[in-house]
Design a protein around this ligand. Structure first.
Ligand code: BG6
Length: 478
């Protein structure tokens, strides 16, 4: 292991666990109008909040009223850090106000103080799949250059307020997952955008992506002025795309498909558009609003580290036609095929620990920046047995194998890794499906898909296991 203290932690996102969607002056966010779906059943985005519909994120697991109890459990678990996000709508309920909402700011003061008092460092994502609904409906989200200004104001309010409490920041969660233009919820949650009939989703993507990259760079520049010791990173979803075989055509197909994975981090890290993207804009005749001044800001506002999620890998075959577009990860890849060497979870997510070592090497070779694994985890059905036990061996196996692969990348390959935060350390609402039954936590929450349950928290077997992994600094994975 590295000599630096390693940030072992858990990861969460405001909209998936906080609840309290209309408390403390909070306004509705784009996620508050998303209904629940299921594996293979898309979540619906309603125009406004409809009284007869169930919106699982509005209450989630009610951390808003349980934060002291939950942080106590996180401390018992031995977490060194907690990665979470700030709900934009607690700070700017509509998004276009000039002054922040004091009650919202105070809520995060309380949470961060409680974490710090328990020896847990807050690691903060500014926007994890949410923005004020008002910005999305009235300004068109990140279709509109004005939203760059709104985001910058939000970022500055957070940086100013928490400058002595938070060191590690990330601007946008999984900014690149909207490259999968086949699933409308990605555009909606990343950018507050719904693609209209007749529009070319790819062209829309590059325009909204540019405004988001610009907003991120502006936030980095502003943040460094507020506290030069801040470490401000990007956050990408990294699903490596393997070639199906050593056929040079498969190899090239995977290389080209990987541009989808690298496009956003290339700009975040290098501060300019990669040549393959400029060629695509030219070839396709995309008319994008990108000014010289924007380009100078991108150059200046590059990130300090790369935060990324890793759950799975995927495969492309040059002559394949994608016939399983229900798999979200393959949705944007027309030539994706199953990997015959690995198994998948009940939600069809391929399980590939070796792919994490591969990813760490690939990202480190390309960017030479510290890496932070800010999400990795196993979504599965857990049963509460005898009223208080959850035996979640598959989760222990999944996490153990991935941590082992990470340690190999650090100790053997020399990759610089800041930390590892297991996704959904306490059960939360699933992002893609809106279900509660797709559980990731080492802490079980008694709540079901329909919103029934006591909300009581129970430690799973993985709780004790992860605790001793942290206590032994990764030496004891048994
Ligand atoms: C990542 C997101 O895509 O994966 C999280 O950053 C999300 O918000 C996680 O919850 C797991 O996805 P899901 O759909 O299983 O909850």
């Amino acid at each position: 292991m590295t000599k630096k203290p390693f940030l072992w932690g858990g990861a969460l996102a405001a909209h998936q666990f906080e609840g309290g969607w209309n408390e403390g002056g909070k306004g509705p966010s784009v996620v508050d109008v998303m209904t629940a779906g299921a594996h293979g059943v898309a979540r619906q985005i309603t125009q406004e909040i409809e009284a007869d519909k169930f919106y699982p994120n509005q209450t989630a697991i009610d951390f808003y009223h349980h934060y002291k109890e939950d942080i106590k459990l996180f401390a018992e678990l031995g977490l060194k850090c907690l990665r979470t996000s700030i709900a934009w709508t607690r700070i700017f309920p509509k998004g276009d106000e000039l002054e922040p909402n004091e009650e919202g700011l105070r809520f995060y003061d309380n949470v961060f103080d409680e974490l710090i008092a328990n020896g847990i460092e807050p690691v903060i994502t500014l926007s994890h799949f949410e923005m004020p609904l008002h910005i999305a409906r009235h300004y068109g989200g990140f279709r509109n250059r004005k939203t760059v200004e709104f985001f910058e104001r939000f970022a500055v309010a957070c940086f100013e307020r928490y400058k002595n409490k938070v060191k590690y920041w990330m601007t946008f969660n999984e900014i690149n997952n909207q490259m999968d233009t086949s699933n409308p919820i990605f555009f909606w949650t990343n950018s507050g955008v719904q693609v209209q009939p007749g529009e070319n989703p790819q062209e829309v993507l590059y325009q909204v992506g540019h405004y988001e990259l610009l907003a991120s760079a502006k936030a980095v520049i502003a943040g460094k002025k507020i506290n030069p010791n801040f470490e401000i990173g990007c956050m990408i979803s990294h699903v490596p795309i393997y070639p199906y075989s050593c056929n040079p055509e498969d190899m090239m197909a995977s290389e080209i498909a990987m541009h989808q994975r690298f496009f956003f981090p290339d700009v975040h890290v290098r501060g300019y558009y990669p040549s393959y993207a400029l060629k695509e804009f030219e070839r396709e005749g995309y008319k994008l609003d990108i000014t010289d001044e924007d380009l100078a800001i991108l150059k200046q506002g590059t990130v300090d580290y790369i935060g990324f999620s890793y759950y799975m890998s995927t495969v492309v075959k040059a002559d394949a036609k994608n016939d399983h577009r229900d798999n979200i990860v393959n949705g944007a890849l027309p030539n994706a095929v199953e990997n015959p060497y690995i198994k998948s979870s009940d939600w069809g997510w391929p399980i590939d620990p070796e792919g994490l070592r591969y990813t760490l090497n690939r990202l480190y070779d390309r960017y030479q920046l510290p890496l932070f694994i800010v999400e990795n985890g196993f979504g599965a059905i857990d049963e509460l047995e005898n009223g208080n036990k959850v035996h979640d061996k598959p989760r222990i196996e999944y996490l153990g194998a991935h941590i082992k692969a990470m340690l190999k990348a650090i100790d053997y390959d020399g990759v610089d890794v800041i930390g590892y935060t297991a996704w959904g350390i306490i059960d939360v609402v699933s992002f893609t499906t809106g279900e509660m039954k797709k559980r990731y936590g080492v802490i079980y929450v008694d709540r079901d898909n329909e919103g029934n349950g006591t909300m009581k928290r129970y430690k799973k077997d993985s709780f004790d296991w992860y605790k001793q992994v942290i206590d032994s600094n990764g030496a004891n994975l048994k």
